[in-house]
Structure formats: structure tokens, C-alpha cells
Design a protein around this ligand. Sequence first.
Ligand code: GLU
Length: 502
Amino acid sequence: MRLRFAPSPTGALHIGGVRTALYNYLLAKKHGGTFILRIEDTDQTRYVPGAEAYIKEALEWFGLLPDEGPGYGGAHGPYRQSERKERYQEYTAQLVESGHAYYAFDTSDELAAAREKDPNFKYDAGARRQMKNSLSLPEEEVKRLLSEGGGHVIRLKVPENETIVFQDKIRGQVAFDSNELDDKVLLKADGMPTYHLANVVDDRLMEVTHVIRGEEWLSSTAHHVLLYRAFGWEGQMPAFAHLPLILRPDGKGKLSKRDGARFGFPVFPLSWQGETEEDSFTGFREYGFLPEAAINFLALLGWNPGTEQEIFSLEELVEAFSVERINKSGTRFDIDKAKWFNQQYIIKADTDYLLEKVKPVIAAHGYEPGDDFLRGFIELMRERAVTLGEFWENGYFFFEEPRDYDPKMVRKRWDSGRKALFDELAGQLEGLDNFTADSIKARTEAFIQEKGLKFGEVLPMLRLGVAGTMQGPALFEMMELLGRAEVARRLRKAFHQFNELI
Ligand code: GLU
């Protein structure tokens, strides 16, 4: 089995494209096949520098490594269509020779005039007879025009009155009336192929056996079937599977790249800096997703395992995946579900793996603590972080000491007459033999009893003093990690400030 992901480098790769890549990858790997990356860059006008690098970086981040592709090796290269120009020209010439394609000399003005006359103009069998091409013009005229080299395209000669039928692995039988199809341009005036020609020729030359792609390509498949036929390759036509749409969270239409900004969540794998603000996007990676969680989420965005299981590693997905279980209708993009997956993965991730992911998040705020401290931090915080960014947002006080304290909280719980008592507790904690959560807890509880205090009068003040907020992980564990000197210093400073706040 040979499957390919064939993006056009026209900008950042939308998350739907990643899902397409994933399904191709899964099916290939499930059957011990080959996953190919092919860059479809024949449309020079839409080429965006950096897009190919972005696509590769995204696939690599997700762990969807191509077996063949530009920079990945393989015996069917080159894998960039712009480097395969001669092949397309040879194959189109072959089609002209066999009568399945023809030269068309119409200028853009002439085509525009035809469209002006008939807004539904289609270069089809009827139009073909009226327009300027090698089927309508006398042979001499065709020769002259070709030798003049004034620019011509090559078009596919779509047969009349035929029903083109193919089996789609997801939709079942699909049929198109050939009279509805236009004579697609195969080779442009600049000698570059169009998508249809290059895509079919390459799928054949790269021996692709299965094509999984977005449903927007379904209607093109009719032309592709005709091309396979015209080349005499019908017997080697790949199996087609057209994926359902990814829908907006409200279910109203297709998820677009603008919806990310509109709804405030990522719809791209990695951040992308476009030329304008509107064309720049935050990625899943930068939003704080683990790649495994994003993959798990994407896998279930259009496929279901047929069981209750939700958490799948990439290996488990390879095992469980099948085209038969791809949904027929669109699936809503539910960011809360994506976050839920992320949380599950953060909770069970290997600590050292998380360490590498959390370190840059903390470093971005100017802190570079030692690994042991960070490991302890991760263990205390992982249940409270839905994204990697939340390790900072919910745990910044591990790195910077509180600057202020909620005055309402202080006024409610603090009794200025007790400052000396609290300072005494701080001193006792500082003097502990072992500054561990257990001994801090034991000493604090004993102190509360000895002095006839209540837990509710003491513990919140310790928490507020240490963290500056009432939110946070287990108090005594947090104190142990911060360490004796830091805790003592923070508490003394806090008790002093509490008195001033009252
Ligand atoms: N280059 C097309 C794209 O950008 C490929 C479609 C296909 O897989 O045939 O999606």
C-alpha cells in the first residue's frame, strides 16, 4: 500500500489538512505500507515561501514522518511537482497523440468574452466546436499557430453523454454526468501542469494505491477517472476516499481558517506569521497542546473506533484505524474536547517528557529553575493544567514571590493582633529538622492546637502568604518544594504586609 499526502504550499496548513495527512499515515502504517509527502507546487501564483517548511515541521511535530518525500528520500522522486515538469509535458503530449487531449489557442480576452455572453459558459463539447482549438480549426491553421508559439494550453477532451462512475470508500458509488464536466486545462501556456494532470500522473508514477483527501476534491475525481482511462491506466487507479468536512463548533458550515480568531482557539498546527495580522495564526503547539493529544483529538474528528475507547496513542490508532469507520457526515470541531484530551495526556505524561515541554513555557517568563525543582513543580501542577501555558498561569507563584495579596481575603481572615503568633509559626517551620510536607503539616497542626487556634484561621493565611492567591496545589507540598528559606521569607513579608492592609 502506498499513500500520499499532497498539500499545496500556499500558506499555513489548516488543521483539516493535518487530519488528512493523519488518516493517510494511519492506513499506510496499518498495512505496513508507505506514507509519501508530495508537494504540489505547480501553481506559481499561489506559492508561499516557507509553507513547505511549515508543512514538514507540522508533520514532524505530530510524529507523522514521511517515508518518502522531499528531504526524506525515496525512489519515486523528485517529490516536488515543480521539479517534475518534463514528465507532465511528455504525458500530456501522449494524450494529444492518442486524441484524448487537444491544443486550445483561445486568448484570455476571448474566454472572457465567451463568459460575458454566457455567464454559465463552460468549455465543453458544445463550446469546443465554437472556440479556437485543434479540434475546431483546420490542420494547417493549427500547425501555424503552434509554430508561431503564441501560447496555447492543452485541454482534456471530455467524452459526451457518459456517466462516470467510481466507488468511494466512504460514500459508496459516486456518479457524474460527463456533459456536466468541462474540458479541463491539463497543461498551461507556461508549460506547467494543472493540479488534475500533475496529481494523476504523479499518483500513477509514485504507484499510489489509495487516495484519502478532503471532500472538496470529490468533483475533481470525475476528471481524474477520465484521465486514468485516457492514459490506459484504469486498472491501476487508486481507491478513493473523500473525507467529510470539519464543521464549525456551532455546526454551521465548514470550519475556516478565520474561525480560529473568531472563536479564540487554534485551527492550525503551528503558529504562522503571515504578511498581515489577519493572515497570522496561533498554532496548537503554541497554544500549549501536546502533539499526542492533538493527534488523538484529530483522529476522532471524523473517525470512530466503534468502541468506548477515547484515548489512543499513535500506535494504537494505527492498530485500530479503518476507512470503513470514517464518518459519512461532517464532525464539529469541539475545542473543549481537544482540551480534555490535552489534560488527559498531561496527567499521564512521563515527567521528563513534560519537563522538556514546560521548561520553555517558564523560560518565556524569564525563569530558568533547575530540573529537580521543575519536576516537583510538574507533579504538583499537572492535574491543574489543561494546556502547557497553564503551568505558568496557574503556578507562576512557584517562580516569583507574591507582590500583593487579595485585600478582601486578608480583611476577612487576618487578625493583626496575631502577627506575633504567626511569626512564631514561621520561625518554627524554618527551624524544622526536615523541611518536608509531612513535618510542615505536623508542626503546623500541633501549633494550631497548642495555641487554641482554628484551622480556618491559619491555613488560608499560610497559603495566601506563600502564593499570594487562594488557588494552588496542596499547601504543604507546595511549601516543601519552595524550600525552607523561601517559605520563611515569604511568610514574614506577608504577615508584615497583612497588618498594613487592615
Ligand atoms: N494539492 C491538493 C491539495 O492541496 C491535493 C489534493 C489531493 O489530495 O488530491 O489538497
